[in-house]
Design a protein around this ligand. Structure first.
Ligand SMILES: NC(=O)c1ccc[n+]([C@@H]2O[C@H](COP(=O)([O-])OP(=O)(O)OC[C@H]3O[C@@H](n4cnc5c(N)ncnc54)[C@H](OP(=O)(O)O)[C@@H]3O)[C@@H](O)[C@H]2O)c1
Length: 335
C-alpha cells in the first residue's frame, strides 16, 4: 500500500512557507508487534506548527529535515497488530500530515465515539483547542460573573470557544480581531458583547469597550496588541499568555515597552499556558464540552480544505488570518 506524506524539506525562520515542504510517495512498511495503521480523515492546521519546525526558543524538539510534518489528526484504524486498538476504531493523536500513520499507543490522545458529534470537532472544539480554552480560562483566568474578559484572535479556534465559555460564566466579553466583519461575526455567532478591530487605534478601542478595565486578558497574539492591553488592565487582573502569533520572529525577540510597573501597580497575575501540561484532563474536559455542544450552548465554525498538498499553504493562511474558525484538511469521507 502507498502513502503520501508532507515532509519538512528545509528549516524555515519564522512562519513556514510551502517551499519548506515536499509531498512524497512512500511504501507503508509491514506492521510490527504493537503497531496499527491509522487512515487519516481530518488533519489539523495549527499555529503551533511553526514552533514544531523552528529550531529556536520552543517547548518541543523540532521536526527533523526529511521527517513527516508533526500534526494532530483524526483517523480510523484500518489494520492492527495491537491488542489495544482494533480495526474500525476512531482515534485522535499525533498522526502527522500524511494519508496513513504507522502508529503505536504512544501517539494516541483519545479514542473517539464517532456518533457523539461530527468527527471534525474532535480536532477543534472537542480537541486541543477546546481543552486549551477551557483549562486556561478557568484555571488561570478564574472568571467571575461581571468580569470583563478580553480575547485576542477572538474569531479563531481557541478564541471563539474562550468567548463563549466566559459568557456562560456571566462575564462581559470583548473580541479583538482584524476586521469589523470578523468582529461582527464574534458578536453574532459567539455572543461577544463588543469588538475591537486592531487595525484601528487600540487605546481608543480599549477605552470604549472596557471602561472599567480588563479583568481577564486571554492573549493569543502578544506583540503590540498585547502591550496595549496592560495599561487597561483592572486591579488584580489575570493575563493568560496562550499564544504569540503576531510576533514574526522569536530570535532576536522584538523590542517593546517595559510592563513591570503595570504588573506591580495593578497587582496583575501573568501566566504562560501550554496545553501539553494538561493532556491528562483531555478525557474529562471533552465530556464537559461535548455536553455543552449537545445542549446547544457552544457553537463552532470550521474552515476546511480538501487536499493534503494544500496543508502548508493552509498554515500560511492561518498566520495571515484568512481562516474563519478551525482550519482543517479533510482527506476522505467516513462512516
Ligand atoms: N499555549 C497553548 O497550549 C496553545 C494551544 C492552542 C493554541 N494556542 C495558540 O492560540 C492562538 C490561536 O490558535 P488557534 O489554533 O485558535 O488559531 P486561530 O485563532 O484559528 O487562527 C489564528 C488567528 O490569529 C490571528 N492572527 C494572525 N496573525 C496575527 C497578527 N499578526 N496579529 C494579530 N492576530 C493575528 C488571525 O485572526 P485575525 O484575523 O483576527 O487577525 C488568525 O485567524 C495561537 O497563538 C496558538 O499558537 C496555544
Amino acid at each position: 500500500m502507498k502513502n503520501r506524506q508532507i515532509i519538512l524539506s528545509s528549516r524555515p525562520v519564522g512562519v513556514p512557507q510551502p517551499r519548506h515542504f515536499n509531498l512524497i510517495d512512500t511504501d507503508i512498511p509491514a506492521l510490527q508487534a504493537g503497531e496499527f495503521l491509522v487512515e487519516n480523515i481530518y488533519l489539523s492546521v495549527d499555529p503551533a506548527q511553526r514552533g514544531y519546525v523552528n529550531d529556536e526558543n520552543n517547548y518541543a524538539p523540532p521536526v527533523a529535515i526529511g521527517g513527516v510534518m508533526r500534526a494532530v489528526a483524526v483517523g480510523r484504524v484500518v489494520e492492527s497488530n495491537s491488542d489495544s486498538y482494533a480495526v474500525g476504531e476512531y482515534l485522535y493523536g499525533w498522526f502527522g500530515w500524511q494519508d496513513y500513520c504507522v502508529a503505536t499507543a504512544a501517539l494516541v490522545f483519545l479514542r473517539i465515539n464517532p456518533g457523539r458529534a461530527p468527527l471534525s470537532t474532535n480536532l477543534g472544539l472537542l480537541g486541543m483547542n477546546g481543552l486549551t480554552a477551557y483549562i486556561a480560562l478557568h484555571d488561570i483566568g478564574k472568571p467571575k460573573a461581571g468580569d470583563t474578559v478580553l480575547v485576542t484572535a477572538a474569531a479563531g479556534a481557541v478564541g471563539s470557544i474562550v468567548g463563549q465559555l466566559a459568557k456562560l460564566e456571566g462575564c462581559r466579553t470583548v473580541a479583538v480581531t482584524s476586521s469589523d466583519e470578523k468582529g461582527q461575526h464574534c458578536i453574532d455567532d459567539y455572543g461577544y458583547d463588543a469588538f475591537i478591530n486592531y487595525h484601528k487605534p487600540l487605546d481608543e478601542g480599549l477605552r470604549a469597550t472596557c471602561p472599567d478595565g480588563v479583568d481577564v486578558f486571554f492573549d493569543n497574539v502578544a506583540g503590540v496588541i498585547g502591550d496595549a492591553v496592560y495599561q487597561h488592565m483592572a486591579w488584580f487582573g489575570r493575563i493568560i499568555q496562550c499564544g504569540t502569533i503576531s510576533i514574526p520572529s522569536w530570535v532576536p525577540p522584538p523590542e517593546g515597552p517595559r510592563k513591570e510597573r503595570e504588573i506591580l501597580t495593578r497587582r496583575l497575575t501573568v501566566s504562560g499556558f501550554v496545553i501539553f501540561d494538561h493532556m491528562d484532563k483531555l478525557d474529562s474536559v471533552v465530556e464537559v464540552l461535548a455536553a455543552m455542544l449537545a445542549d446547544g450552548k457552544l457553537h463552532y465554525q470550521e474552515d476546511i480544505g480538501y487536499r493534503l498538498e494544500g496543508a502548508p499553504q493552509a498554515l500560511v493562511d492561518v498566520y495571515a488570518g484568512r481562516n474563519t474558525g478551525k482550519k482543517l484538511i479533510q482527506l476522505r469521507d467516513y462512516l
